[in-house]
Design a protein. Structure first.
Length: 843
């Protein structure tokens, strides 16, 4: 206890936000405020040991939110304490255990060296009449026993029992009051009032009153609990208590905790739902009203109802006209021309589709699927259709989807269940008639233990069924009949047959070199100039809408900047020294730094060049720096920036050779030359095939050899050659897999050349399947193969006669430089490809 010279003085301060420490009670305090940590450090400093060593003043703040309380922010009566133990924690934090000594009155507060010091004096405590105090203490002990008997057993710990026994055994009436005040869970305001009360008799009276009230509350609660447990289930308990809570809060004027439920019901009332959907949501709302808002089931039910409120619903029987389509074909044509170079047949089919939508808006059109290699504009075509129709556009990829629940949703019995991707797309669109792009349809996984996602798509894509598409999560029919579904794929053969049967395929072939250069000039270069801050006046603006005035200005400016040559006048506003990219640079990028049907990698390489220019410009703008690097991007700069070429352009053979024939192959990235090499070695008539050939190509080689052996006399090949020689067929680029029947006539020509010693023209390439009777059958990928021959400098191309129908698909620029020969029999091939006189093989 403080006495003598310690009855008044100055001690460090520990302010408490909401806890109250009574004299005679020990309590741990977590400290995080720097001033409090410094107060403990000062109080426990061994260099200043005195009578006040390890003593601090603990006071209660008036406002718990105050971080640095002043004198007016503290209650005047505080507790002088002694520090029992200091527990170090994280840097800047600690926990101290203090024991209250007695009440003191605060006189002043001063901050010294980061520590709050308070002046204090002993509080004048009036102990009151001893007989009355003894009587009140007896009543208080009885109330404590009653209070402890009403507490649940789970809350009565061994430590609490010891504290209760200490209070019951205490003979000092005033100290009994402090022990009980600390023991019972009173409101903070009541505990503060008990600490501030200096009259011992009044303090005990107030404590008896509060404890009696607390006991009555516990008795009422116990009686309610017993009654409810006897008559109600757990869910009914929650419902009754919620009604009681709402009634109590209504009496107190507090906000309704279920206001969100009213808001949700109001949102649903504003929706015009189909009959089945309305019944489902009404039933769910009724269940939701009986649930505890904090329960997990209520959260699940609330999420379910919110999906109904967020989705766009189509109600044709109530007069909603969602089918009208206003299509301006001229605008559509202009948009397609602005966004896509070439693709004339594809654009024509898209315009036909839009025209039918305009003339017959109620007619359910075909399901379009844009098929072609990556980067040729499949997705942007779908975006153009949506923009022309004025509809929202939503895209989601089907690549890697293995579970049919991704399409049809999860049933609500599963934790974290959600609707399928289609319903999520409808929510994202916010309208009942968007354009939904199902990207990478050929990457959809097949059926397994988790279901068949392809079959799950049938109900959505089939026009006869999708007006009642049922998602597992919603569990009610949803109308998708006014949605325009567009699909994309790289390989049509990989699409499941059930889906392939319902699609109309529009094939997009790879771009020619000339088309790639035009796309780079008109589309890629303006975009990359703008994205890299090299387009004057437009670098900081958002991308312009296709066809807009600002978009056209961007295109024109970029073309001037990109193609200006030495001696030309600079573009107004252009930064010095300008950006100059020659056609040779673009051609080099397209041929030796990319190998693709589309233009994505070409755009990446072009962006890398422009980033280097942007860095030069940024360095030139720095103070005390001079930009000495050339502004012209030439072929040498390409190698400096991008490194050595990644691909070498395929060229025709340097001259005629024996046993070497040029075939044509197709890959997902376009056509390519396929050199066939045949050599004859001593042996026993075996055929050896190398070059990572697939089964189909191996069979083609065997068929070609059998054809030659069956007609050896007519073809001028002796039978003895087959008995005493082995035939070795090799296709270079041995690490690249090769397969397919289209190399049949090339294999036949190379075999006959090697067996007969006749050279094959090096400027002729061929493709076509051959039969044992010598007939030449049609093949695919003619456009890409012919373009590959054109790029390599080939002058003549042999094609099956049945592929004459593909000639209109070949660009006019390629046809002007090539002679196409359509053949139906292998004799015609040999007459065109083999040189007349036998010759020795060249090196």
């Amino acid at each position: 206890m403080l006495n003598g010279p310690l009855a008044a003085g100055v001690l460090p301060l520990l302010p408490l936000r909401s806890s109250v420490l009574f004299p005679g009670v020990s309590m741990p305090i977590d400290l995080a405020r720097p001033a409090s940590v410094e107060a403990v450090r000062r109080a426990t400093d061994h260099n200043h040991r005195n009578d006040l060593h390890n003593q601090v003043i603990v006071a209660v703040q008036r406002d718990p939110m105050t971080d640095q309380p002043g004198f007016e922010d503290l209650h005047p009566i505080a507790t002088a304490t002694r520090i029992v133990q200091v527990l170090r924690g994280l840097p800047g934090r600690m926990t101290v255990i203090v024991r209250g000594l007695e009440r003191v009155r605060l006189d002043s507060l001063e901050r010294v060296d980061g520590c709050d010091l308070v002046g204090y004096q002993r509080a004048g405590v009036n102990r009151g009449d001893s007989a009355m105090l003894t009587a009140l203490a007896g009543v208080l002990r009885d109330l404590v026993k009653r209070h402890e008997s009403l507490l649940p057993a789970s809350r009565v710990s061994q430590q609490r029992q010891e504290s209760v026994q200490e209070a019951l055994d205490e003979r000092d009436a005033a100290r009994v009051g402090d022990l009980v005040a600390n023991l019972v869970e009173f409101e903070t305001s009541d505990r503060v009032a008990l600490l501030q009360q200096l009259d011992g008799g009044e303090r005990l009276r107030k404590l008896v009153e509060l404890l009696a009230q607390r006991c009555n509350e516990l008795e009422v609660k116990r009686d309610i609990d017993r009654s409810v447990r006897d008559h109600l289930s757990r869910h009914e308990q929650e419902a009754v208590l919620r009604h009681k809570l709402r009634a109590i809060q209504a009496e107190l004027g507090d906000d309704d905790p279920d206001s969100w439920l009213d808001e949700l019901a109001e949102r649903l009332d504003q929706k015009i739902l189909p009959e089945q959907a309305q019944l489902a949501v009404d039933r769910e709302l009724a269940r939701l009203e009986r649930m505890n808002p904090q329960s997990s089931e209520a959260v699940i039910s609330r999420t379910y109802c919110e999906w109904f409120a967020d989705l766009p619903w189509l109600i044709p029987e109530r007069g909603a006209d969602n089918r009208g389509v206003d299509v301006n074909l001229e605008d559509a044509r202009a948009r397609l021309e602005a966004d896509h170079h070439g693709l004339d047949k594809v654009k024509k089919r898209v315009l036909e589709y839009l025209a039918v939508r305009r003339l017959a808006p109620n007619q359910r059109g075909p399901l379009l699927c844009f098929a072609g290699p990556p980067g040729v504009g499949k997705t942007t075509l779908a975006q153009s259709i949506a923009a022309t129709l004025g509809r929202e556009f939503v895209r989601f990829s089907l690549g890697g989807v293995r579970d049919d629940a991704e399409i049809r949703g999860h049933r609500r019995t599963y934790v974290g269940a959600l609707p399928g991707r289609l319903i999520q797309a409808m929510k994202k669109a916010g309208t009942p008639n968007p354009v939904i792009l199902l990207d990478e349809l050929d990457k959809l996984s097949g059926a397994d233990l988790r279901g068949d996602p392809a079959s799950a798509l049938l109900e959505a894509l089939d026009p006869e069924q999708n007006d009642a598409f049922e998602d597992h999560y919603l569990n009610v029919p949803y109308d998708l009949s006014q949605v325009i579904f567009i699909c994309t794929a790289n390989e049509v053969g990989a699409i499941p047959a059930v889906l392939r049967d319902r699609l109309e395929f529009i094939y997009l072939s790879g771009y020619t070199l000339e088309e790639k250069l035009q796309i780079a000039r008109k589309h890629l270069l303006p975009k990359e100039l703008r994205d890299n801050g090299l387009l004057p006046g437009l670098a900081d603006e958002a991308p312009a809408a296709p066809g807009s005035l600002r978009d056209q200005r961007a295109r024109n400016t970029s073309l001037l900047v990109a193609t200006r040559r030495e001696g030309d006048d600079p573009v107004p506003g252009e930064f010095a020294p300008g950006v100059e990219i020659s056609d040779a640079v673009l051609e080099l990028l397209a041929t030796e730094y990319t190998r693709e049907s589309g233009v994505r990698n070409l755009q990446r390489r072009l962006a890398a060049l422009l980033r280097d220019v942007a860095m030069q410009k940024a360095e030139a703008d720095l103070p005390d720096r001079t930009n000495t690097k050339p502004a012209l991007l030439d072929v040498a700069d390409v190698g400096r920036i991008l490194g050595p070429p990644r691909y070498r352009e395929e060229l025709m053979a340097p001259g005629p050779r024996v046993g070497v024939c040029t075939g044509l192959g197709w890959t997902p990235t376009g056509g390519r030359l396929l050199f066939v090499e045949v050599t004859i070695v001593a042996g026993t008539g075996k055929l050896r095939l190398t070059g990572r050939l697939g089964d189909v190509m191996k069979e083609s080689a065997q068929a070609a050899l059998s054809l030659i052996r069956s007609q050896a006399d007519r073809l001028g090949v002796g039978h003895v050659v087959f008995d005493k020689r082995d035939v070795h067929v090799h296709l270079p680029s041995g690490a690249v897999p090769k397969d397919g029947p289209s190399a049949g006539i090339a294999l036949t020509t190379a075999l006959l050349s090697a067996l007969g010693g006749r050279t094959v023209r090096h400027d002729i390439a061929m493709t076509g399947e051959v039969t044992l009777r010598g007939h030449v059958l049609a093949v695919g990928g003619v456009r890409e193969k012919v373009l590959a021959a054109h790029r390599a400098g080939i002058t003549d191309v042999i094609l099956p006669a049945r592929n004459r129908k593909d000639e209109p698909d070949i660009p006019a620029a390629a046809l002007a430089d090539l002679r196409l020969h359509f053949v139906s029999h292998v004799d015609e091939v040999l007459a065109l490809a083999l040189c007349e006189a036998p010759a020795r093989a060249s090196a």
